[in-house]
Write a protein that binds this ligand. Structure first.
Ligand code: ADP
Length: 258
């Protein structure tokens, strides 16, 4: 279980996350939905321990920045950060060693094959197309097979085969009891089986509903999204209505505050 409790993150005067709370039940798939700039990446980076913030985040009851919590947490960032001088194989090997994985060769083969990178093993990071970089980024995040996986806009930039393969893998991980948080700003991409949706806007959680709750309301996810983000029938689902700062300017760069 992952508990995000009253997390607030400011970049300068910009409130990127404003008192954000939600819980991921073990073995559930939660979709984190929101327009660009809603604070989705910021909350994910906070969970994984890359940022300083106010509030608490607990992983199975343990603070997220402890080594015990880090062992079960995985994160696939939106932007791949590859090493230009390492090959595809070397990237995978690097992650396997960093996580002290054993018997990982077969899994590397499987991932590279599924994402059509098996014939690119000797290519260097900077020789890969953008889409290939995105696919390698996914393979690197999936390799350690963590119990709790955060995927930040994972479908962006992927070709149709990779999208299908990733959706299959998400379903396999779901069946294997993994806990997943998947962010997206594209409602149409949420066609996999999900258990809960958290909708964010301007740094705040605007709705937090389970699949059965939304089915019970007789609404589609799209209906709910526009209701809470564009103000129609807002009071029925809105969790918090606090005053928010509206400045959107990037005023502070992250500087590796782990
Ligand atoms: P989302 O992932 O939902 O698109 P983000 O979490 O990336 O949203 O951004 C939330 C807000 O925080 C935006 O206003 C964005 O401009 C701001 N922000 C994000 N990263 C930084 C940063 N490194 N420095 C300053 N502001 C940032």
């Amino acid at each position: 279980m992952l508990e995000v409790n009253h997390v607030t993150k400011k970049y300068g005067r910009n409130l990127a996350c404003n008192d954000v709370s939600f819980t991921l039940d073990s073995g559930s798939l939660t979709v984190l939905l929101g327009p660009n700039g809603a604070g989705k990446s910021t909350i994910m980076k906070s969970i994984i321990g890359f940022l300083k913030y106010d509030g608490t985040i607990l992983v199975n009851g343990i603070p997220n920045k402890t080594s015990e919590a880090r062992k079960v947490l995985g994160y696939i960032p939106e932007m791949p950060s590859l090493y230009p001088t390492l090959t595809v194989s070397e990237h995978m090997e690097f992650i396997a060693r960093a996580y002290r994985l054993t018997n990982y060769k077969g899994r590397i083969e499987e991932l590279l094959t599924r994402f059509e990178l098996a014939d690119k093993k000797k290519k260097f990071g900077d020789e890969l197309s953008k889409g290939m970089q995105q696919k390698l980024n996914l393979c690197l995040g999936l390799l350690p097979d963590p119990d709790i996986l955060l995927l930040d806009e994972p479908l962006l930039g992927l070709d149709p085969h990779a999208i299908k393969e990733l959706k299959n893998m998400i379903e396999e991980m779901r069946q294997a009891g993994k806990t997943m948080l998947i962010s997206t700003h594209i409602i149409d991409s949420v066609d996999m089986l999900w258990d809960r949706t958290v909708i964010m806007q301007k740094g705040q959680v605007k709705a937090n509903v389970t699949k059965s709750e939304i089915d019970g309301m007789g609404k589609s996810l799209e209906d709910l999204f526009f209701e809470v983000t564009e103000g129609i029938n807002k009071e029925s689902v809105s969790e918090s209505e606090k005053t928010e700062e509206k400045t959107e300017d990037k005023t502070e760069e992250e500087n590796g505050e782990a």
